[in-house]
Ligand binder design. Structure first.
Ligand SMILES: *[C@@H]1O[C@H](CO)[C@@H](O)[C@H](O)[C@H]1NC(C)=O
Ligand SMILES: *[C@@H]1O[C@H](CO)[C@@H](O)[C@H](O)[C@H]1NC(C)=O
Ligand SMILES: *[C@@H]1O[C@H](CO)[C@@H](O)[C@H](O)[C@H]1NC(C)=O
Ligand SMILES: *[C@@H]1O[C@H](CO)[C@@H](O)[C@H](O)[C@H]1NC(C)=O
Ligand SMILES: *[C@@H]1O[C@H](CO)[C@@H](O)[C@H](O)[C@H]1NC(C)=O
Ligand SMILES: *[C@@H]1O[C@H](CO)[C@@H](O)[C@H](O)[C@H]1NC(C)=O
Length: 913
């Protein structure tokens, strides 16, 4: 009997995992990425040709990553001689189409942000037996010069080794290219001979043609092909004058200004550093590290100030002091001793910083105020509007304010607005191991002011983008685009006036500084640069306005987005598909906001919705920020990324395959678990829709982001964490004398937690949970429970807290299963609230009984004593899923086998590999 039951259980889980498609029933026969960069404006076209090799129709997915800064401007599919063009519409129009689609049970929504710099685009289409489909996506991006270079990141992940894989980059710069370099994860030794780079004075070509074998064997490659980035880095030659002005015959011009012979001017900089309690641990440590570096870099004729704040404000010195070596030495002492405590008085701190700068003479120097914070204002003045108006008044346009938002608990929009109001910008600092480098990197962008009060003047020009810049820094560039009135070059006189040290400088037209493109820049390109810049700037401006002014600016940005077919935050692209297929709507996700997976505006999400992915994890970092908060109880249709296929398990596998294929009738699960379609919750619109097309199971990912587990401990400054890298079925808990077992299967989709958890008491009592709720076996086979009822089956008592958690009591054990969400996908997280009183308890939840550790060594590496073993640990962070609203916590990443009582393999019931 017992064996039979075990067999049954194993079968149940295997059924959950079995439905993997046959890898070879589809084939990418070519994958091309073609980027053309003229005048620093990059237009990239990704073309993928895929064949369905099966005797029946199949859903084929196209899935790529594009830079966040880019606008998608075209998407089309070619199927069976037909072209299906995406159409850019206003959000409202697209919304209507979306709502109609949802009411027909279809889903939509296909762009979301990944990592720090990329967004993910995906769609799918049903392809008939032995037919082919061509996907073609175009996106455009103005490359921005920082640290003295332009960087163009191209992500290559065709999802299979491809015979005909090509990545071509062509750069044309009339001013002359000073150097071109190829970097990024794919630029490794193993692939070196696949990359060719050629360069003439004005042109450069980079080709990347890896063979099929190379695509399997390089560092960022596997059986499923490449998965990584190529970054093209270059700069152009610069003159000492007005810079590079390009014109096209349609009357548009673009001016790049970054003269080469300027000397640095001294700066007055005040750092305002948040030391509130939330900066605890790693963040504070990284801030101190960055600050020490930055202080080291100050030049002797700079003046500086240092303010730390929580609910109170602490000065190092009340006035700015010169960066002499003695002062720097003392300031570093102060910086080393910054510790976290208290609440967050942002208002008081910035006002104090502004006071210090205002009290200091500014002639001949550049003043800069830098705020670093990781949270919302919680002390002093806390109303964001009041803070903004106070700050604006205190700064009065005299110097820029830069706001660095550390992590995802900051109200980024608040910081963004406040810095834009004060001619600065806001930057997110990702909570990761390199946060100190990010801080330092940002500082270096503004470390060397070259000009202040820069005014770009274009006599005979109109429709100009921004022309006034408070400061110009070494390594950056000022770009202005516009139209020449009547396209009359003779009366067009560009000039720049600015202040360099105490001297007024005037740059004006010299012979040769203006390039009529003369056919080398194709007509229309400069117009698109102009449109791109104008839309970006209007969107920023909109943030600062209200009422009818705001509406006016918004309308203007919208009209341009529509005219140039840019997918911006104001527009959406409706992806047209063959008759009878699901409509999909493509939205641009907003930085720091919940990814708009489903096209409906979600409740203004708490911060924490973009990824804290480290560059090495293309996809998700294991320690990605908490998600799902604020979604609870929201009835917004979800299922974005479900691509309209039935996915009873809620699977989306969105993190890995870029091409997903839907098989037919795989769903053994459908038989066993039989989800109750009639009662499918409204949150899964796709659920009942395309059921007939069968499951859409994906293959396992080429590379798993690890599941991260956190061990919180009292009396220990930082918890431990460990990773599990594969999708196992694990024994979570076993109480032999009571015949109680809890088994969980890790989720390959979210890498957050578990997909299914099964609780068993004796031979007959059994309850299973998945992300949708309880799978109950009272009426024969497991069926999805969709009611909110609490129930008891034998000794197992289940109390459901709406949506988010299940409380299970069984004998003297109390288990809570949380339903969390990451990137729109739900997963389960079990937490034992009360352990049974017995000493023979087994399982991974019982094996985490460490209550303390001792730090043995802290430099150069950290070594801890855990369970009498001495182990080296790394600093990391993990989401705390043991609470309703997960937060990221810094932790010591410890080798898995050293954390658990026994090596991990003791707890593995089934290994899918
Ligand atoms: C890339 O695109 C450009 C512009 O459309 C075109 O001229 C060029 O031939 C393309 N290159 C390749 C290798 O397809
Ligand atoms: C840069 O060089 C130009 C021409 O060589 C000169 O006119 C100008 O004054 C220089 N600018 C500075 C800031 O030295
Ligand atoms: C500006 O930066 C470049 C390196 O990017 C450096 O060579 C140059 O000296 C810097 N100029 C000033 C004025 O510091
Ligand atoms: C730009 O600056 C000039 C003087 O520096 C000023 O006259 C003009 O109004 C400013 N323009 C804008 C749009 O702020
Ligand atoms: C800049 O210099 C040019 C040529 O010397 C002169 O015509 C122009 O008026 C000057 N512009 C300003 C704003 O001083
Ligand atoms: C365009 O190029 C041709 C040949 O290089 C040259 O003769 C002509 O003057 C150029 N036209 C302009 C407007 O620069």
């Amino acid at each position: 009997m017992r064996r039979k039951r075990e067999l049954y259980l194993l079968c149940l889980f295997l059924v959950l995992a079995a439905a993997l498609p046959d890898k070879d029933d589809w084939d990418i026969y070519s994958f091309h990425i073609n980027s053309t960069v003229t005048s620093r404006f990059a237009t990239t076209v990704i073309t993928s040709r895929v064949a369905n090799r099966k005797d029946e129709s199949k859903e084929i997915e196209f899935h790529v990553q594009i830079p966040k800064n880019a606008f998608i401007s075209k998407f089309r599919m070619f199927i069976d001689g037909q072209v299906y063009d995406g159409i850019v519409k206003t959000k409202e129009q697209a919304q209507q189409q979306y709502t109609d689609a949802v009411s027909r049970g279809q889903s939509a929504g296909i762009v979301s942000s990944v990592g720090r710099t990329m967004e993910e685009f995906k769609t799918s289409v049903n392809v008939a037996a032995h037919k082919k489909v061509t996907f073609e996506l175009t996106y455009e991006e103005l490359l921005k010069r920082t640290h003295g270079i332009y960087e163009m990141q191209v992500h290559a992940r065709p999802m299979k080794p491809v015979k005909d894989f090509k990545l071509d980059v062509y750069i044309y710069e009339k001013a002359g290219i000073s150097f071109v370099d190829v970097k990024g994860g794919l630029s490794t030794k193993a692939l070196a001979n696949a990359i060719t780079k050629t360069q003439t004075d004005e042109q450069a070509w980079v080709h990347f043609y890896p063979t099929e074998d190379q695509q399997k064997s390089c560092e960022y490659c596997g059986e499923d092909g490449m998965n990584g980035d190529l970054v093209i880095v270059y700069d152009v030659k610069r003159d000492t004058g007005l810079g590079d002005i390009k014109l096209t015959s349609d009357g548009y011009f673009v001016h790049h200004f970054a003269p080469s012979n300027l000397t640095r001017i001294p700066k007055n900089v005040v750092f305002v550093i948040d030391q509130s309690g939330s900066m605890n641990g790693k963040k504070m440590e990284q801030t101190r590290t960055a600050l020490l570096h930055i202080l080291n870099d100050l030049a002797e004729n700079d003046f500086f100030g240092l303010i730390t704040f929580d609910s109170e404000i602490f000065h190092w010195k009340r006035e700015l002091v010169q960066a002499t070596s003695e002062n720097l030495h003392l300031a570093k002492e102060f910086a080393r001793n910054i510790v976290d405590r208290g609440a967050t008085d942002i208002n008081g701190a910035i006002l104090e910083g502004a006071r210090m700068l205002n009290a200091h003479p500014r002639e001949g120097s550049a003043s800069i105020l830098i705020l670093l914070t990781d949270g919302d204002p919680t002390s002093g003045v806390t109303n964001p509007q009041r803070i903004q108006s106070n700050v604006k008044q205190a700064i009065a346009g005299k110097f820029p304010l830069y706001c660095l938002g550390f992590g995802f608990d900051v109200n980024f929009e608040f910081l963004e607005k406040m810095s834009l109001q004060n001619s600065g910008l806001a930057r997110r600092i990702y909570q990761d191991s390199d946060a100190d480098l990010q801080l330092k990197g940002f500082y270096e962008e503004v470390a060397t002011p070259l000009l202040t009060d820069v005014t770009m003047i274009y006599i005979g020009g109109t429709n100009l983008t921004q022309t006034n810049f408070s400061q110009f820094y070494n390594g950056s560039e000022i770009v202005v685009a516009g139209k020449i009135i009547d396209n009359n070059i003779e009366t067009f006189i560009p000039q720049v006036v600015a202040i360099s040290s105490e001297r007024k400088v005037n740059f004006s037209k010299t012979t040769g500084s203006m390039d009529s493109s003369n056919g080398t820049v194709s007509d229309g390109v400069l117009q698109r640069v102009w449109a791109y810049l104008t839309v970006k700037q209007l969107l920023e401006k909109e943030l600062l306005l209200s009422g009818s002014e705001k509406q006016k600016v918004k309308d203007e940005a919208l009209q341009l987005s529509l005219k140039y077919s840019f997918v911006t935050p104001l527009t959406s692209m409706v992806v047209t598909k063959p008759e009878g297929e699901n409509t999909q709507i493509l939205h641009k996700p907003k930085e720091g906001k919940a990814p708009q997976l489903h096209g409906l505006s979600l409740p203004p999400g708490p911060p924490g919705f973009s990824y804290a992915a480290s560059p090495s994890h293309i996809g998700y970092a294991g320690s990605s920020s908490p998600r799902g908060r604020g979604y609870a109880g929201s009835s917004s249709p979800r299922g974005g990324g479900y691509a309209g296929s039935s996915r009873p398990r809620g699977g989306g596998y969105r993190s890995f395959p870029s091409l997903r294929v839907g098989g037919h009738g795989h769903s053994g699960l459908g038989r066993v678990l039989k989800p109750d379609m009639a009662h499918a919750p409204p949150v899964h619109p796709t659920y009942s829709s395309s059921r007939t097309r069968g499951g859409n199971w994906a293959m396992p990912p080429p590379r798993f982001a690890p599941h991260k587990f956190l061990l919180k401990m009292e009396n220990q400054s930082q918890p431990l964490c460990f990773e599990i890298n594969k999708t196992f079925i694990l024994l979570l808990f076993h109480h032999p004398s009571k015949e109680v077992r809890v088994i969980g299967m890790l989720d390959a989709i979210t890498h957050g937690g578990f997909r299914t958890i099964l609780i068993q008491a004796g031979s007959e009592e059994m309850v299973a949970f998945n992300h949708l709720g309880v799978l109950d076996r009272r009426d024969g086979p497991f069926a999805q429970q969709t009611t909110n009822d609490n129930f008891t089956t034998g000794r197992i008592k289940v109390i459901r807290q709406p949506d988010k958690e299940f409380h299970i009591t069984l004998e003297d054990m109390h288990l809570v299963i949380f339903v969390h969400e990451k990137d729109g996908y739900k997963f389960l997280w079990p937490v034992v609230h009360r352990m049974p009183n017995a000493n023979n308890i087994e399982g991974i939840l019982a094996a985490l009984s460490i209550t303390s550790y001792v730090e043995v060594e802290s430099t150069p590496l950290t070594k801890l004593r855990i369970r009498d073993r001495e182990v080296y640990v790394n600093s990391s962070s993990a989401a705390d899923y043991s609470i309703t609203e997960p937060v990221d916590i810094s932790c010591w990443l410890t080798p898995t086998d050293d954390v658990l009582e026994k090596p991990l393999r003791h707890y593995i019931l089934y290994d899918f590999q």
